[in-house]
Design a protein around this ligand. Structure first.
Ligand code: GRG
Length: 313
């Protein structure tokens, strides 16, 4: 039984969002760290523009709430969550650029390359990526170096060649495949799910995994959380695809209708909107089932799966 109210959930999500904002503000301050020479003002400014004042902070929330499941709270999980958020932020900055998705709007404001310039946006994304691993390597994140290595490996594997960046490559390759009649070339469900698991699912699943690493979860607990993370990632993507197909740019905070225009294969194009909604519902149920063995303690993670499915931006 999930006794958590919507309001309890919002308080938890907002609390982590605020704490993440404060931490990122501190990590992106003008003062160079030991080993750094200087922090160029324009680059720092662009990184702050990309990272502060927006975003649901869903990935830090997943790290924090998963660690909390094992009784671990405080700076460690928050720092690990901020590291994931830096990878997420960098991916959005690069994805919005003309060579990729070519977007002018993100979180309701001009994208980084529009507010600055292309070169600054590339460098801001690069420096956010290295900052993520700087945060994880720092002993303020966890006193045990083995835990820090495990966190680093989890995030590196999820974000690089075989994860998010690899998924972006597959996505670019799949773009613009139309039939002779001008209809989008139908992709198959297996390859679409794999692409999406890499491009967006991997970082969400890694956020859960990182919380489990910090919480020193047992083997079976980790396996259940991994399955929860996969279901959550798929649900997130279907909700995103439905928003792209049916949402208004003003509400979503970015351009919509792009998948259909580019002929992208999504669960919405493959199953239709109603089919995609049915799949979304069953993924939320699966995520809930995976959390059953944790009992009431997992009510925030259960509610998170519902939130992901119902979100409007
Ligand atoms: C360019 C290396 C590189 C990778 C890009 C993740 C990704 C791969 C691109 C992001 C583009 C995009 C809009 C994907 C759809 C899913 C997604 C990540 C949406 C934004 O995530 P939210 O909803 O955003 O968590 P907020 O703004 O709340 O942080």
């Amino acid at each position: 039984m999930n006794t958590l109210t919507q309001n309890d959930f919002s308080v938890r999500l907002d609390g982590t969002a605020r704490a993440t904002e404060r931490l990122l503000d501190h990590l992106l301050s003008t003062e160079p760290l030991p080993g750094e020479i200087a922090r160029p003002a324009r680059l720092l400014d662009a990184m702050r523009y990309a990272m502060l004042g927006g975003g649901k902070r869903l990935r830090p929330h997943l790290v924090v709430e998963t660690a909390r499941l094992f009784g671990v709270e405080g700076d460690g999980p928050l720092r690990a969550g901020a590291a994931v958020e830096c990878i997420h932020g960098y991916s959005l900055v690069h994805d919005d650029m003309p060579a990729m998705d070519d977007d002018a709007l993100r979180r309701g404001k001009p994208t980084v390359h529009k507010a600055y310039d292309d070169a600054t946006a590339i460098l801001a994304g690069d420096a956010l990526q290295t900052l993520a691993f700087d945060i994880l390597a720092d002993e303020a994140t966890h006193p045990d170096p083995t835990v820090r290595i495990d966190l680093t490996l989890a995030l590196a594997r999820a974000s690089g060649l075989g994860g998010m960046v690899g998924g972006q490559m597959l996505d670019l390759e799949a773009e613009g495949r139309f039939t002779a009649e001008g209809r989008p070339m139908p992709g198959d469900e297996t390859s679409t799910l794999r692409l999406q698991a890499m491009k967006t699912g991997a970082i969400l699943a890694a956020s859960v995994q990182m919380g489990a690493i910090i919480g020193q979860a047992g083997v079976e607990q980790r396996a259940a959380l991994a399955r929860y993370g996969v279901a959550l990632g798929q649900a997130f993507q279907i909700a995103d695809d439905l928003l792209d197909a049916e949402g208004e740019a003003a509400t979503v905070g970015k351009a919509t209708g792009k998948d259909a225009a580019k002929g992208k294969s999504t669960l919405v194009s493959l199953l239709g909107a109603d089919g995609a909604r049915a799949r979304l519902k069953s993924l939320v149920s699966r995520a809930e089932e995976e959390m059953a063995s944790f009992g009431e303690r997992a009510s925030v993670l259960v509610e998170t799966a519902r939130f992901v499915a119902e979100r409007q931006n």
